[in-house]
Design a protein around this ligand. Structure first.
Ligand code: LLP
Length: 423
């Protein structure tokens, strides 16, 4: 559930009219609903409460400071994958001793920065990384806390570019080597073994992959313990799916029902790294129609948001619901069926690439120059993956809380575009 809804044919974010925000802040415009963010975080906190998890909001999904602050104030911790993300969560006031640091290619500088900030643990993805952490820890007179990221060889059936837990992709270390890796950590006084980590892919709309993964994780923990190692943490990563098309997402309680009992039995602490589940349905992208045209037997709506703003359709063939901000008919429950009064439309941006589209052949009511349209479920991996391609300034971001709203990132200017360059 989210807090974007139509009232009297107009789209609202919580109690705020989206058209008013577009008039005030311009387009393209990212709008986030604080209530939706908190609703989703809270759902996870409650569903997993029995094992007192550390919920590490995955910063990569949306790293805006305003959002990180909302997460921090609501008791979330963070999953970071770079020194830059660690810097951001510090800016947002995070307690870095609950932060997990992931990623296949941590540099010595990043490892040092993380150790200086006493992160909870590194999710370690290679033996070489274990050595690097040990060396940097030694130079700082510290012990490096590590969780072994294991590749459980589970097919989470996500897009090829976002599946991670299958043998042969670049993430983690083969689960068969877990014990040998644990021995290596335990033989090294510069490291401490906190636990194991797995991330299966994203987005995952069934519980089955998690059910399999947690069992495998518990087996590994049992093996470590049998050898006398006190392994405490199971980190199952992120990946919980959201509503992109209709109400296809599972509640957090569904994932909890397959994860919690096994974690309890293993007597472990649980860490989770949800990104999309928290922020995905909490954000929309509002754009304005520049032109419409019919060519080659097709109707094109050319609007001012582009693949530099939201790359997901171009990159993953991702589906995002799109509907006018002022609509005489409410958005359809199901976009697969023919919708009365609608016509197949290509929603495209101004960028000079055929791949620059938000939707293809989408049933939409007639749109005209100047109309506002909304792309839903855009809060995760939207702004976070945006770029300045075609020298387009990045859009601004607004956080709504009931009837109030504030800018959490101003719109970039042409000066910003060249600010780091030298003639
Ligand atoms: N933990 C790890 C180790 C990850 O690699 C990821 C996402 C997450 C947590 C958070 O996953 P989430 O809960 O947000 O699904 N850009 C793609 C998604 C890439 C996901 C990368 N890793 C997209 O737009 O669909």
């Amino acid at each position: 559930m989210d807090y974007f809804h139509y009232k009297n044919n107009e789209l609202y974010c919580e109690e705020t009219r989206v058209a008013d925000l577009a008039a005030q802040y311009g387009t393209p415009l990212w709008i986030y609903s604080k209530r939706t963010l908190l609703h989703h975080l809270n759902q996870i906190q409650q569903a997993f409460a029995a094992v007192e998890p550390v919920i590490c909001y995955s910063v990569k999904a949306n790293s805006n400071l305003g959002i990180l602050k909302v997460m921090n104030d609501a008791g979330s911790s963070f999953d970071v994958v770079s020194g830059g993300e660690l810097y951001r969560v510090k800016q947002a006031g995070a307690d870095t001793s609950k932060v997990v640091f992931a990623g296949v290619g941590k540099t010595d500088e990043e490892i040092r920065f993380a150790l200086e900030n006493n992160v909870l643990m590194f999710n370690v993805e290679s033996e070489a990384e274990l050595d690097a952490i040990a060396n940097v820890a030694q130079s700082l007179g510290k012990v490096g806390p590590v969780a072994l990221r294991l590749n459980p060889d589970i097919d989470a059936k996500t897009h090829a570019k976002t599946t991670t837990g299958k043998k042969g992709n670049k993430f983690g270390m083969d689960i068969e080597r877990a014990e040998q890796l644990a021995e290596k950590v335990l033989a090294d006084k510069r490291l401490s073994l906190r636990g194991i980590h797995m991330h299966l892919g994203s987005p995952i709309l069934t519980t089955e992959p998690y059910a399999q993964a947690v069992v495998k994780a518990a087996e590994v923990v049992a093996k470590f313990r049998a050898r006398g190692h006190d392994t405490r943490w199971i980190n199952l990563g992120g990946g919980f799916g959201i509503n992109y098309r209709k109400q296809e997402a599972l509640p957090a309680s569904a994932y909890a029902s397959v994860i919690v009992p096994t974690v309890q039995k293993a007597e472990c602490r649980l860490a989770l790294e949800p990104g999309r589940f928290i922020v995905g349905n909490s954000g929309i992208l509002v754009s304005q129609v520049i032109f419409t045209k019919r060519e080659g037997g097709k109707l094109f709506v050319i609007q001012d948001a582009a693949m530099n703003d939201l790359v997901r359709p171009a990159m993953y063939d991702a589906f995002h619901r799109i509907w006018p901000v002022n609509a005489t008919v409410p958005p359809p429950e199901d976009y697969e069926v023919e919708i009365a009064g609608c016509e197949p439309t290509d929603v495209v941006g101004p960028i000079c690439e055929s791949g620059d589209y938000l939707a293809k052949g989408r049933s939409l009511p007639p749109m005209q120059r100047g109309d506002l349209m909304c792309t839903f479920s855009a809060g995760a991996y939207g702004m976070a993956m945006s770029s300045n391609y075609n020298s387009r300034p990045k859009a601004c971001e607004v956080l709504v809380d009931g009837t109030s709203h504030r800018l959490v990132r101003r719109r970039e200017t042409y000066e910003d575009l060249v600010a780091h360059e030298v003639l």
